[in-house]
Design a protein around this ligand. Structure first.
Ligand SMILES: O=C([O-])C(=O)C[C@H](O)[C@@H](O)C(=O)[O-]
Length: 419
């Protein structure tokens, strides 16, 4: 452990990868057979390497490559200056601060991993220390097909989760999640079937898992009126209702009469959204996500802002691998006012991870905070190479749930709100 070496950044290696994803349904369509991420290796002059992970797709990949040019020669401990430099480089072509946040966040995580390795301390210690040694996660339930159908000469691709297209299927999926990972709270991704069918699925879950926290997230598939109806029907059954309708004003309309707290990771996704959301009392729970809130330290700051305004905290996830799970776990461990278990897609994707197995385990519905230096996880270079080749060979460059759905069901129409 030493910081007496040269802590300037020599290189940021940016590697796009693809990994297997099941046919999970949502209000935009269905997950494709592959999901995309980008893996970062931040190499310091003294040879220390910090890891980061970002959602993939051409736009995010190109921005990370632009960031890689900016960071060379800067000090890895200078994260404020690093984020400002990346932000300034992206500003002319990326006007949205939310969009720029995806890039600065991924680089900040790699910096904190490198800092932790240099200091011999886990990242959570750089965020103020752990207030919990295990972070609780919720089982992320999806309506899903039993397999990706045969397409373009490719055979059908099944998995060991099976089909879930009705309340019984969702309860069965929840039982498997409980059996395999011990989850003690459940989130259902809705917006797929008419609201009464999704209400029935939530009631079936409540009966199968009495007293355990439940959430429903239709990703803005409903009108204000439908959202109010569902909130009334599920009063006393859900811990919160997530993004039932679009936008801060729409959510505020629903919140006026909702007996349930409303949560979001869609209408409050950047600092400038906090003020109107609070003024209009549009949400009661914010799902943080370090991937777009500017990194782990900014997420810790966001938690303090939420505390000041009486907003409860949960955590959002997208299809991700172990570097992201480690980062999510460290930051969640450092937030005193984390009121709800965090979301994670990890059970759907962990078979294809890029980290050496053994550190991150979902057990009893929680992940133990890694105690090794930095994020506490090591890169599996063979796995990275394999998943990079899969990316190159697949030709897939952007996520397109709607386009994929249309190829399978040509009459599929994207409508938000749908009901
Ligand atoms: O909570 C959310 O909105 C998400 O998790 C976004 C994801 O893209 C989810 O909808 C998915 O994986 O289909």
């Amino acid at each position: 452990m030493s910081t007496s070496g040269d802590t300037r950044i020599r290189e940021l290696v940016v590697t796009p990868i693809a990994f297997r994803d099941p046919p999970l349904l949502n209000s935009n369509g269905v997950h494709e057979p592959l999901a995309l991420r980008v893996i970062l290796q931040l190499v310091l002059e003294d040879g220390t390497v910090g890891l980061g992970e970002s959602p993939g797709g051409t736009a995010r990949l190109e921005r990370l490559k632009a960031a890689a040019k900016v960071v060379v020669g800067m000090d890895v401990f200078d994260t404020t200056a690093l984020s400002a430099a990346i932000d300034a480089a992206l500003l002319p072509t990326v006007p949205s601060s939310h969009e720029r946040g995806w890039t600065t966040s991924a680089v900040e995580v790699a910096c904190l991993d490198a800092q932790g390795r240099l200091l011999g301390r886990p990242v959570v210690d750089l965020l103020g220390g752990a207030v919990r040694d295990h972070v609780p996660f919720a089982a992320y339930l999806f309506y899903k097909w039993g397999e990706h159908p045969a397409l373009d000469g490719r055979a059908a691709v099944g998995d060991d989760w099976g089909e879930a297209l009705d309340p019984a299927g969702i309860v069965e999926q929840a039982r498997l999640m409980r059996q395999r990972y011990g989850f003690r709270s459940f989130k259902l991704k809705g917006g797929v079937f008419p609201p009464d069918e999704e209400i029935a699925a939530i009631r079936a879950l409540a009966e199968a898992f009495p007293g355990e926290p439940l959430r429903l997230d239709p990703n803005t598939a409903w009108t204000v009126e439908t959202s109010r109806y569902v909130a009334r029907e599920l009063d006393g059954v859900l811990e919160y209702l997530e993004d039932p309708t679009k936008g801060i004003p729409g959510m505020a309309e629903v919140a006026k009469n909702s007996p349930l707290p409303l949560a979001t990771n869609m209408c409050v996704i950047a600092w400038e959204h906090l003020r109107p959301a609070v003024e209009q009392d549009a949400i009661q729970v914010l799902l943080t996500d370090h991937h777009y809130w500017g990194g782990l330290r900014r997420t810790r700051e966001l938690a303090a802002v939420c505390e000041a305004f009486g907003l409860a905290l949960s955590m959002h996830s997208n299809s991700h691998l172990g570097i992201s799970l480690a980062a999510m776990t460290h930051v969640a461990a450092a937030i005193p006012n984390l009121d709800h278990s965090c979301d994670t897609h990890y059970p759907w994707n962990s078979a294809d991870d890029v980290i050496v197995p053994g550190v991150l385990e979902l057990r009893d519905g929680a992940v133990a905070v890694p105690s090794g230096p930095g994020l506490g996880v090591e890169l599996d270079h063979d796995a990275l190479g394999r998943l990079h080749r899969l990316y190159v060979d697949s030709g897939m460059r952007t996520r397109d749930d709607t386009g994929y759905m249309r190829r399978i069901q040509p009459d599929y129409e994207l409508r938000l709100p749908r009901w």
